[in-house]
Design a binder for this molecule. Structure first.
Ligand code: THU
Length: 138
């Protein structure tokens, strides 16, 4: 991915954080998920008075994309902040990394405030579909 594309994707994630519904944490998160054919699905975190029902921005984006028929992804940008300063990296939580595991290869790119990261750097060992084939997960 070109650097300009990376920055664009991150800026789209910041814009998506504008729709964050986070009255409890007041931590706004936005995600921008890039499909292999160049489409972008956005997501934001959506909190709930029953706290554990909260949905992260990344999974909102993934589920929007999959429910629209897209399952082939090349990158996701994530921006999170409790202020208007999105310059600190907001690392995807474990649940979102697991959700990404279903659809994303090791070379899938995670774009944060500090630049590009490889998915496999965040989750080197995964529980994926291969585990169900009794091939082992590591
Ligand atoms: N959050 C996300 O949306 N994505 C992450 O990867 C980390 C956490 C949200 C959940 C909750 O609404 C708020 O950030 C504080 O945890």
């Amino acid at each position: 991915m070109m650097i300009a594309d990376t920055k664009d994707l991150f800026n789209i994630a910041i814009s998506a954080a504008g729709n964050s519904y986070s009255p409890y944490s007041e931590f706004r998160v936005g995600a921008a998920l890039l499909t292999a054919d160049g489409r972008i699905f956005t997501g934001c975190n959506i909190e709930n008075a029953s706290y554990s029902m909260t949905m992260c921005a990344e999974r909102t984006a993934i589920f929007k994309a999959v429910s629209d028929g897209y399952t082939d992804f090349s990158a996701i940008a994530v921006a999170g902040s409790s202020t208007n300063d999105f310059s600190m990296p907001c690392v995807p939580c474990g649940a979102c990394l697991q959700a990404l595991t279903e659809f994303c290869a090791d070379d899938f790119i995670i774009v944060l405030a500090d630049g590009e990261h490889k998915f496999s750097d965040f989750l080197p060992n995964k529980f994926g579909r291969d585990a169900l084939d009794e091939k082992g997960t590591i």
